[in-house]
Ligand binder design. Structure first.
Ligand SMILES: [Zn+2]
Length: 65
C-alpha cells in the first residue's frame, strides 16, 4: 500500500502593498469588495486600509461640531 499524498507545496501570495511574496498561511488577509487582499504584516495592512478608505470616501461626511 503506497500513499499517494503529494508534498504540500506552500501556497504563496503577494503582499497587496509592497508586493513581497509571503506564505499564505502567514499572511494577514482582509476581505475587500471583490477579492481578498494579503499583507506581509500589520504595517502594510494599515497602509492598505488607509489608502482604501481614502479612495472610498472622497467626500467624508463631517459631523457638525
Ligand atoms: Zn507588505
Amino acid at each position: 500500500m503506497e500513499k499517494t499524498t503529494q508534498p504540500a507545496e506552500p501556497e504563496k501570495v503577494k503582499c497587496e502593498v509592497c508586493l513581497k511574496e509571503i506564505l499564505r498561511s502567514e499572511a494577514k488577509s482582509a476581505e475587500a469588495v471583490e477579492y481578498v487582499a494579503y499583507f506581509c504584516g500589520l504595517d502594510c495592512y494599515k497602509q492598505w486600509k488607509a489608502n482604501s478608505q481614502a479612495a472610498q470616501s472622497p467626500h467624508p461626511n463631517k459631523s457638525a461640531s
